[in-house]
Write a protein that binds this ligand. Sequence first.
Ligand code: B1H
Length: 833
Amino acid sequence: TKKTTTAKKAAPAPAAEGFALDVSVEQFKESIVRNLNTTLGTDAEKASDKAWWGATAAAVNELVFSRLSQTQKTHLNKDTRAVHYLSLEFLMGRLMGNNLQSLGLFENAAQALKELGHEITDLAEEEPDMALGNGGLGRLAACFIDSLASLNYPAIGYGIHYEHGLFRQTIQQGRQIERPDSWREYGNPWEICRPESTQEVPLFGYVETVFENDGSLRKVWHPGSVIKGVPWDIPIVGYKGTTVNILRLWESRASEFFDWDAFNAGAYKDAQGEQNLAETVSKVLYPNDETEAGKQLRLVQQYFFCACSLKDIMRRYKRAHGDDFSKYAEQIVIQLNDTHPTVAIPELMRVFMDEEGLNWEDAWAICQQSFAYTNHTLLPEALEKWPVYLFERVLPRHLEIIYEINRRFLDEVEAQWPGDDAKKIKLSLIEEGAQRMIRMGNLCVVGSYKVNGVAAVHSELVKADLFPEFYEMWPEKFVNVTNGVTPRRWLKACNPRLSSLISDTIGSDWPGQLDKLVALKPYADKAAFQKKYMQAKRENKLELVNTIRELTGVEVSPDAIFDVLIKRLHEYKRQHLNLLHILALYRRLLENPNMDFHPMVFLFGAKAAPGYKLAKEIIFAINKVADRINNDPRIKDKLKVVFLPNYRVSLAEKLIPAADLSEQISTAGYEASGTGNMKMALNGALTMGTMDGANIEIAEEAGEENMFIFGLSVDEVKETKAKGYNPWDYYYGNPEIKAVLDWLDTDYFTPGEPGALSAIKRSLLDGGDPYLVLADFESYSEAHKRANEMYKDQKAWAKSAILNTAQMGKFTSDRSIEDYVDRIWSLKKCDVK
Ligand code: B1H
């Protein structure tokens, strides 16, 4: 029999904001209805929910656009130094809730809509996610531009205006199916097209060497094709502040250089070919999180947005300084979000030399003082390398420039290590071999004045393991900036119940000064506060129970422990470790139905890169195991497994406030930072985690006693591998491991199809278990026993959960940005009236 769950209780109306713009409920109503007529072309009688949402967005824009132009005017007049954040990904999610929060108008808007007959939470569901990113790296860029605006720093984000963001995932017969994402099929109210700032981007062709009369050489690039970049601006509204920065996304179009002659001469196909390339460049986001596909179109995407952005930066610079480039590096810092925008380095060299007439030394000095590079991963398969022949075809002039950078750099290596050719081979920007490759990471380190990792342990590994010789050459280049998340989206907006409780208890300054949360510490063992805190969690869980039912048909109980594992599917993130442990629990419960065990719901959300076979097999296995367990009456609902399809920002916002346990179980040394770990701890989930990435710093802040830490450390992982790890030892040494792996070979979970789940077993045994899943299994299982035991003591659990929330202040992206400012950017705040 299915339990009937309580209907969802409405979240309490948060207290009105002291900093709110002076827009009354009545004025909001007037604006929404007016926009329904004048912007949406409909009226209150016949408008769809989508139209109501659009009208509300338009009403918000009326308040945003004036601040936007005020900010831009102020930045221009004050001629301030600004950061230019170049990223192939910005995972923005939905914007309505956040923009309203930032303006302090969420309550008034909600009230206005209510009086017009609508729930703001329902209308918000009409907004498609802006999913222009894969995972953590793209979401980090989104949190950072939020913080930059909130802290009143002059900043601009540059990226690509993909027509299709990350694919939509559906699950059919347990398998992932990819469908195109069409986030702006019916228009997007948040973006403004700026055709007046269109740029031209050359591609292909050849380089001519011109001998000047004075004996000097000049290089002339004769491109084979030119495409247009049209910018779309998304206003980024700072919290409370008056700053509205922009995110500028480039869309590719066929240029006027489109070959009309060929077209008219009947070569319709060739002309069309050019048009096609031009319109393909910004068509779709590559979905290969942390693996390089090495495709020409990807290189063209990278160059396209870097060239457009540098031209845009140059136009603005020249407006203030003309052709005097002596202030370029003073005014401009360009942050490279991983190596994806590396080609900006040779492009800026090309612009300075070939277009502005600077000599090499002057151009290089400016470049080297303008770029900074963030490394986000040590995974070898993610370290970008481009075949030399591709560069030669697409960007012939840039290849020459890279060769010259390399020649001069190798002279420096020679000076440092005379006669040491091994060092040169290792450090060269070019990897020799059957297929010569350009090493983009090396180019970044050479061309940047700072290189940073994204969590303390990761930054140490960047120095010790990834770039040790570079670190020896330039120790002062390497710094750490630990990641953070914006508490506006990841607590205030997504968890109104907990947010109100916090504000009622310690005041409402915390979203802008997250370390104020420490004031909650004295409440951690107060019974009355614990009760309210756990009540908020329970109501969030009740709401999620409904979402789970709607999305999957699975019925789960809010009394169970909600265990949440949400992130891209990767072997190193070890979703299969969780799955094997679920199988072990299932087996234990079948063998001993009266086992002392608090019921658990295991929630998964994950997209697999479409070409990543094993990742897709793991999704299939989770779904098959879920089917079997959820429908096994012997288990009496003590165990539920749910795979939520199409994990994305807006789904994360529903899962995170309802999580009891946060699964952060990567092999130590592989997760550069993680940011979901911060979001869940902030919302009061206890971390079940390895000592990896930012988990280590979360443990420092929250206290190890308020987490469930397990598994090998970074050093132990290295030692284990060095000694020659053999997964078969664990298979034969631990009967439970053997039993669950052998289970996968049967047809227990895939009736009539024995072996349908064997790929996982094979990778862990024959494949050598590269991420030490079996080595960490027992320790993981023990940590889960501790968690299950602790949950029975609701007071102890509540105390730990509260202490997690109270001690997450460090992980606001505002702190990350201040660290970037202090250690890398040297920006000054710029107040906007
Ligand atoms: C991270 C990536 C990434 N690291 C290549 N590297 C991509 C690499 O499309 N590609 O080619 C896409 C993404 N993403 C993540 O960055 C790390 O794994 C996380 O640990 C980290 O928290 C996040 C933000 O720093």
